[in-house]
Ligand binder design. Structure first.
Ligand code: GDP
Length: 369
C-alpha cells in the first residue's frame, strides 16, 4: 500500500492527504511506476519547483545544519507581509553565513513609492528584528521587476558557495526559484532532488555551473499569518495580484470598519481623522457605528460583511482584541499579518481596538508609506 512507500525521487514518505505537505501524490497518480511524489514529478517533467511546507520548529532544525556549511543564505520576504514573513531567529541558525534579504512583491505598492525610502525602512525593520543583512534587494518575481538585481547580488556575494533559499509560505519563493532555474542555473545538468542530511525533509538542489547548488528549502508555515488560517478557497481574495488601491476613510471616533468578516477595527477615541487601508481590493469593507458593530457582526458575518462564510468562520480561531494607542505626532500602521495594514493619518493621536482571530500577529509599526 501507499503508506509503506517512499518517493523514488527524494525518499520522502508518500501520502495522498495534503498537497501542501511533503510526499503528496494525487490519488490518480498512485499507480505511477516508480512511485514518485508530485513535487519530484513536476521537477522531472517540467523543470519546475513547487512549494513544500514545514512548521517553524522543523524548519529551524533543518536550518541549524546550515550553520556548519560555508554558504550564502537568501532570505525571501513578502513586502506586503513583512513582519509576518521575516524568519525570526534566522541569524542564530545560519551562524556566520551571510544573509541576502530579497524583498519580493514590490509590484503591489504604489508606483510613486520612493525605493530608497523603502530600502531604508526595510533595513531599519530587519535590524530591529536582530537580522544582519549583507545586502537588500527589492524585486517582484511575478512581474519580473528587479530580477536582474537579484542575479547581480548572487554573482557578487556567492563567492563560489552554495546558496540556501529560505522563506515563509506564499512569499513567492517558488516563483523566484523557477526564474532562477531558467535564468541562472546550469541547464546542461539534470535537476536533482535529494534528501536533506539528518532530517526527514528533502530539499531541491538546483545545479550551478561551478559544481555548487541552489538549495530550495521548504516554506515555513507561520500560523500567525491570516493567509495560513483562512480556508484555501479564500486565499486568493487575501493575496493581492495587482498594485493595491489604497482605501481612505474619514472617521469620527466611535466608528467601526469591518474588513470582510475577518477583522474589526474600532476608532475608539481621538479627533476626526483619516485612515488608509492597504489590503487586497478583493475584500469587502463595511463601515458602521461602534454601538451597532456587535449586532451587525452577529447578524451579517459571512454574508453582507463578506467572507469567509459563517461555517468557515466557525472553524477559525475566535477574535481577540488588540488595544492600540497611537502617540501624538507619529505616523503609524496597524499591521495585520497576512491581511495588510491600516495607516493612521492623524497627527493628534488615537485609541484603537483591532479584533482579529486569536494568534494572528497584530502590531503598531512606523508607516511603510
Ligand atoms: P511560495 O509559497 O513562497 O513558493 O510562493 P509562490 O511562488 O507559490 O507564490 C505565492 C503567491 O504569491 C502566488 O499567488 C503568486 O502568484 C504570488 N506572487 C509571487 N510572487 C509575486 C510578486 O512578485 N508579486 C505579486 N503580486 N504576487 C506574487
Amino acid at each position: 500500500s501507499l503508506a509503506a512507500q517512499s518517493c523514488a525521487g527524494c525518499g520522502v514518505k508518500l501520502q495522498t492527504e495534503n498537497a501542501e505537505l511533503p510526499g503528496f501524490v494525487p490519488e490518480q497518480a498512485v499507480v505511477r511506476e516508480p512511485a514518485i511524489c508530485q513535487r519530484c514529478f513536476r521537477i522531472r517533467n517540467y523543470n519546475e519547483a513547487s512549494s513544500v511546507t514545514v512548521d517553524q520548529n522543523e524548519f529551524l532544525k533543518l536550518l541549524s545544519s546550515v550553520a556548519t556549511t560555508d554558504s550564502l543564505v537568501v532570505h525571501i520576504v513578502d513586502l506586503y507581509d513583512f513582519e509576518g514573513s521575516l524568519i525570526s531567529g534566522l541569524q542564530r541558525f545560519v551562524g556566520n553565513n551571510p544573509v541576502l534579504l530579497v524583498v519580493n512583491k514590490v509590484d503591489l505598492l504604489p508606483k510613486s513609492m520612493n525605493l530608497n525610502r523603502l530600502r531604508n525602512w526595510v533595513q531599519q525593520q530587519a535590524k530591529s528584528e536582530g537580522l544582519r543583512t549583507l545586502d537588500i534587494v527589492l524585486c517582484s518575481a511575478k512581474r519580473n521587476i528587479g530580477f536582474e538585481h537579484v542575479i547581480e547580488a548572487l554573482d557578487r556575494h556567492r563567492k563560489g558557495r552554495d546558496v540556501y533559499v529560505v522563506g515563509a509560505t506564499n512569499v513567492g519563493k517558488s516563483t523566484l526559484i523557477n526564474r532562477l532555474i531558467k535564468d541562472y542555473s546550469d541547464l546542461e545538468r539534470e535537476l536533482t532532488t535529494s534528501r536533506y542530511p539528518g532530517t526527514t525533509l528533502d530539499a531541491v538542489h538546483i545545479p550551478l555551473d561551478d559544481d555548487k547548488f541552489i538549495i530550495d528549502t521548504p516554506g515555513i508555515v507561520y500560523p500567525t499569518r491570516m493567509t495560513e488560517i483562512v480556508p484555501r478557497g479564500f486565499l486568493q481574495s487575501l493575496l493581492p495580484d495587482k498594485p493595491i488601491k489604497p482605501l481612505v476613510y474619514q472617521l469620527n471616533d466611535q466608528q467601526t470598519l469591518f474588513i470582510g468578516s475577518l477583522v474589526r477595527f474600532d476608532f475608539v477615541e481621538g479627533e476626526r481623522q483619516s485612515f488608509t487601508l492597504y489590503i487586497s481590493n478583493a475584500l469587502n469593507v463595511h463601515r458602521t457605528k461602534m454601538e451597532r458593530a456587535d449586532a451587525l457582526y452577529e447578524d451579517h458575518q459571512g454574508e453582507l460583511l463578506g467572507g469567509p462564510s459563517r461555517e468557515e468562520l466557525a472553524e477559525m480561531p475566535a477574535w481577540t482584541r488588540h488595544s492600540l494607542r497611537v502617540p501624538r505626532g507619529a505616523k503609524k500602521d496597524v499591521f495585520i499579518s497576512g491581511l495588510g495594514w491600516i495607516q493612521v493619518n492623524g497627527e493628534a493621536g488615537a485609541l484603537l481596538d483591532l479584533y482579529a482571530p486569536k494568534g494572528i500577529k497584530v502590531l503598531l509599526r512606523d508607516s511603510l508609506i
